[in-house]
Ligand binder design. Structure first.
Ligand SMILES: Cc1cc2nc3c(=O)[nH]c(=O)nc-3n(C[C@H](O)[C@H](O)[C@H](O)COP(=O)(O)OP(=O)(O)OC[C@H]3O[C@@H](n4cnc5c(N)ncnc54)[C@H](O)[C@@H]3O)c2cc1C
Length: 302
């Protein structure tokens, strides 16, 4: 099996790497200290087509493969892993969900998301359920042509900067996982509030909780069909888990590259850093090792 990237993918990789090194890397420490989400850079990424890479062309995306999305995610994390956490790992889930939305929801949210103008948040986890996501308690009740939502979501990436949230809620509390539906909720609606966390690391993207109190949305903000939300979330995780690994891969390789370069200079790095050259050599090749995962994911997703 050939795991080489295509010419087109190598070109994208080069372009994203240049962007990450020139635009993100020089300022990531400052953003982290200031806990500031650089929206202007996210907008620039949208202009360059680096957001929602695998969203289909008919929905305004580039329609690239999932492997290409993985390349973009890994290269962005070379410059700032907080940004790739939001713009690729969490936002990949949001982009895939929005594609399932009504035209009204797509017009209002998908276009601005792809352009880097609106920031989404993916809201599944709750204080009482993480791994066992089907046990969520947030409720969505149908009232005429609207849904009214009540509940709390926790540990949500970029919730403090989000313009809208993809929220999973029970439309049928007796039906377990089959009673979970997904909705898009603008963050400026009455009844929506947030609370930030004090995390360690990746501080440019602040995590937090989302509180919904009698939040009313039009029925067209339901994503997909009622009761199919859990399946949509799990399908998204099949891919976002791999993006999460890619996001985590690049930052630790960066400091290792320094001793590798020094190992070719007068003083061997093995002496200086107490690292074996074999270890450095292996680690410098690590980025090639994810490709089989990407291929598996693409096959899995048809
Ligand atoms: C950096 C970060 C960003 C995040 N961003 C988001 C986000 O954007 N949106 C979102 O919705 N969530 C987000 N989360 C939340 C994340 O999805 C949850 O933390 C995750 O689902 C685990 O849930 P939990 O923390 O409640 O742990 P738990 O579910 O309580 O699990 C704790 C431990 O117990 C184990 N465990 C659980 N159940 C069982 C069982 N039945 N048998 C054996 N072992 C078990 C688990 O494997 C785990 O090791 C984020 C979390 C982090 C750390």
């Amino acid at each position: 099996m050939d795991f080489e990237f295509s010419k087109h993918q190598k070109m994208i990789q080069k372009e994203v790497r240049r962007f990450a090194q020139e635009e993100l890397a020089p300022r990531y420490q400052q953003w982290d200290r200031e806990k500031r989400y650089p929206r202007e850079l996210v907008k620039k990424m949208g202009d360059l087509g680096f957001i929602g890479v695998s969203v289909s062309q008919e929905n305004g995306g580039l329609g690239e493969s999932f492997i290409t999305e993985g390349i973009v995610c890994e290269e962005i994390s070379r410059g700032d892993c907080s940004i790739s956490m939001s713009t690729h790992v969490a936002n990949h889930l949001c982009g895939g969900l929005l594609e399932q939305g009504h035209k009204e929801a797509k017009d209002a949210f998908l276009g601005p998301f792809l352009a880097g103008e609106k920031i989404p948040a993916f809201c599944l986890t709750e204080p009482g359920c993480g791994t066992d996501a089907a046990a969520l308690q947030t409720r969505a009740e149908k009232k005429g042509a609207a849904y009214v939502l009540n509940g709390e979501k926790s540990g949500i990436t970029a919730i403090m900067d989000a313009d809208f949230a993809l929220v999973f809620a029970k439309t049928d509390p007796e039906a377990g996982a089959q009673g979970v539906s997904c909705f898009v909720i603008p963050m400026d609606l009455p009844g929506v509030s947030t609370q930030s966390y004090e995390d360690l690391g990746c501080n440019a993207v602040v995590r937090g909780s989302l509180f919904l109190q009698d939040v009313e949305i039009p029925e067209t903000y339901l994503i997909g069909q009622e009761g199919k939300g859990f399946k949509l979330a799990m399908q998204g995780f099949d891919q976002s888990r791999i993006l999460l690994c890619l996001e985590a891969l690049r930052p630790p390789l960066y400091p290792l590259k320094r001793p590798w370069n020094m190992s070719n200079s007068a003083r061997p790095s093995a002496d200086h850093w107490r690292l074996s050259k074999a270890f450095l050599s292996r680690s410098s090749n690590t980025s090639a090792s994810w490709r089989p995962f990407g291929c598996c994911a693409t096959r899995h997703c048809g």
